[in-house]
Design a protein around this ligand. Structure first.
Ligand SMILES: CC(C)(COP(=O)(O)OP(=O)(O)OC[C@H]1O[C@@H](n2cnc3c(N)ncnc32)[C@H](O)[C@@H]1OP(=O)(O)O)[C@@H](O)C(=O)NCCC(=O)NCCS
Length: 335
């Protein structure tokens, strides 16, 4: 398919009526959404001025001389920037224009110093949620009540540009697609992480949904790492240890997307998990990994001790049984 021929340019106040039409073409696909520009969104009549006054920017996409997309961004408190007003003409949904617009706004915000990106999305816009989750945003915070004529409720989404964060149940649930893709890529690449290839997206998704449930019930902690705005690594702690091991936790599933390896993410995840373990009062950490894998040198370099190895412990993709190494680490000062 030939890529659509659009251009993205700075928005102008004179785009007002075209932007109002564009927004309505998106909103009218959903039941219960009403639009009264003068009552609730008078800024649409001069939107470039509105964003300029808020130290932000507005862009408009045009195809065949007519407006077919828009996006804006503005700084919030600290180094967080908000992504706003992401709308693409329904005729161009699925064309890649949404990605191009989001690239434009994210790159502008990051160049201006953004360390974290945040946005709000109406709970009815399920297609948009899928898009933001694909772009590594995770659900964040409480649902916002707008008390407007459309009775809008909004999900908060956010992501760090670079960095590691612990995920709550809502965040893990919103990340199952991205985390599933990382798990599948690692398993396809030969990683020894309980599964054998080919791992289907459904099975990977089901795995992360079970993990989300465990996070919700306090049986696990999950941390994830972003690199240049892309969720690229994950790891977790099993906190559901027996009653005679309340001081122990097991590190599991440190997974780095193959395209983001050797950039320090594995080490960041491991250190974040050790901090999480300390925060949960766990002083003894254990893990196991396939002998000779990259993880072995990572764990040794972070001060983990080998307790031994068991030959033929787990199957590789070719059906051969391979050795596993067991490691432990004592944290000197758990909280
Ligand atoms: C193991 C894994 C998590 C490492 O992640 P990573 O982000 O590439 O690692 P980092 O960039 O943080 O590197 C940390 C250290 O790990 C070691 N390491 C990483 N990749 C390595 C490799 N290919 N060969 C040898 N050592 C390697 C090195 O000691 C490295 O330190 P250095 O860069 O200063 O030399 C990653 O390879 C992975 O996801 N593997 C598949 C899944 C897996 O096996 N997980 C372990 C389950 S217990």
């Amino acid at each position: 398919m030939t890529p659509p021929n659009w251009t993205i340019r700075p928005g102008r106040d004179s785009d007002g009526s075209a932007l109002i039409d564009l927004i309505w073409s998106c909103w009218s696909a959903y039941p219960g959404i009403r639009m009264d520009v003068d009552l609730e969104m008078p800024e649409l009549r001069a939107l470039a001025t509105y964003y300029a006054a808020n130290a932000g920017s507005l862009w408009v996409a045009e195809a065949a001389d007519s407006v077919c997309g828009m996006i804006a961004t503005r700084p919030l408190e600290g180094t967080t920037w908000e992504i706003c007003r992401v709308y693409v003409d329904p005729a161009l949904h699925g064309s890649g224009l949404g990605h191009a617009l989001l690239d434009q706004a994210e790159q502008h915000a990051i160049a201006a110093g953004a360390k974290r990106l945040a946005l709000w999305s109406d709970t009815r816009f399920d297609r948009a949620h899928h898009f933001y989750e694909k772009r590594s945003y995770i659900r964040h915070g409480a649902v916002r009540v707008l008390a407007d004529i459309s009775n809008s409720l909004e999900f908060g989404y956010a992501k760090p540009v670079n960095g590691v964060e612990a995920l709550d149940i809502a965040a893990v649930t919103s990340a199952v697609g991205r985390l599933g893709a990382i798990l599948i890529a690692c398993v396809d690449g030969g990683a020894s992480v309980s599964f054998l290839p080919p791992l289907s997206p459904q099975k990977a998704r089901a795995f992360w949904l079970r993990v989300a449930s465990d996070v919700g019930t306090g049986k696990r902690t999950v941390v994830a790492a972003w690199r240049n705005g892309v969720l690229s690594a994950v790891g977790m702690l099993d906190l559901a240890t027996p009653e005679n091991q309340p001081h122990r936790t097991e590190v599991q599933k440190i997974l780095v997307d193959p395209g983001a390896r050797r950039t320090g993410l594995g080490r960041q995840i491991l250190r974040a998990l050790e901090q999480e373990a300390a925060a949960h009062g766990r002083s003894l950490l254990t893990l196991d990994t396939r002998a000779g894998d990259a993880g072995e040198s990572l764990y040794r370099s972070e001060g983990w001790q080998e307790s031994g190895r068991i030959p033929g412990y787990a199957l590789a993709a070719d059906g051969t049984a391979q050795a596993t190494v067991f490691f432990w680490k004592h944290l000197a000062h758990p909280n």
